[in-house]
Design a protein around this ligand. Structure first.
Ligand code: ADP
Ligand code: MG
Length: 255
């Protein structure tokens, strides 16, 4: 495995059993994501995109297969280790990860810092980091407003600030622009791109919008619980040839 890979999933299978029906949601999923990539996951409704995010982040279990994050086998960890690992290394922009209505934007954003005990932050430090994250998403002036006092786009910015406040290596986003108008959607994508470039964080973004997909480094297409191309469409890393190392012109074959 290249140490350039931050996510490596091999033959991941996941079946939901509701008691009435058995749904094979992932049927042998392979995915590789390089550190610092911004990847879009696309595919028809029900093809397993949300299940991919839930399992590869360790929020939900898998039936079989291998998930390595930064070279570590996610499902060899105990539940407790995995929860701590997630708190320290992952951020989530999920629709169902709702903001808490009784808390201000700043209090919502500082939540992951308080949950991540490895940081041992003092309340004042956590608050300052939350305010910095809100400033980064353009909400410095709304820090003490509650979610109900914010627009849909502003609320989504708060969830992004919350996902990014502890500078996680990986950010998982599930249709982050789902309910937003096209201008606000574009602002959110620009913001994620900026944070990706400036901080080198890896983004895995599920989206229905091909326009958004095309702004990512790569689109991974899913169908029927699998990635359409093996190894998650990861193109081989070009290896310099001896001729190019000498500075001679090299004809690059069309792929
Ligand atoms: P997508 O996000 O691409 O729309 P999902 O990952 O949500 O797809 O779902 C994949 C399949 O698994 C679908 O057939 C869906 O109905 C089913 N599914 C998802 N979550 C559950 C669950 N908690 N219980 C039972 N079936 C589920
Ligand atoms: Mg979904």
């Amino acid at each position: 495995m290249s140490d350039n890979l931050i996510i490596s999933a091999r033959d991941v299978k996941k079946t939901y059993n509701t008691g009435k029906v058995i749904v094979p949601a992932l049927r042998g999923l392979d995915l590789e994501v390089r550190r610092g990539e911004m990847v879009a996951i696309m595919g028809p409704s029900g093809c397993g995109k949300t299940t991919l995010l839930n399992t590869l982040s360790g929020l939900d279990s898998i039936d079989s297969g291998l998930v390595e994050i930064d070279g570590q086998d996610l499902f060899k960890m105990s539940d407790r280790q995995r929860t701590a690992y997630r708190a320290a290394n992952m951020g989530f922009v999920f629709q169902f990860y709702n903001l808490l209505p009784v808390l201000s934007a700043a209090e919502n954003v500082e939540m992951p810092l308080l949950l991540d005990r490895s940081q041992r932050l003092k309340p004042k430090q956590a608050r300052q980091m939350a305010l910095d994250a809100l400033e980064a998403v353009g909400l410095a002036d709304q820090a003490y407003q509650r979610p109900a006092e914010l627009s849909g786009g502003q609320r989504q910015r708060v969830t992004i600030a919350r996902a990014l406040v502890n500078r996680p290596a990986i950010v998982w986003a599930d249709e982050p622009t789902g309910d937003l108008d096209s201008k606000t959607s574009q602002d959110i994508v620009d913001l994620m791109r900026k944070l990706n470039r400036e901080n080198g964080q890896t983004f895995v973004i599920v989206t229905h919008s091909e326009e958004i997909g095309l702004q990512c480094d790569r689109i991974v297409w899913m169908r029927d619980g699998m990635v359409e191309t093996p190894a998650g469409n990861l193109a081989p890393i070009p290896v310099p040839t001896p001729a190019s190392a000498n500075g001679a012109a090299v004809a690059v074959p069309a792929i």
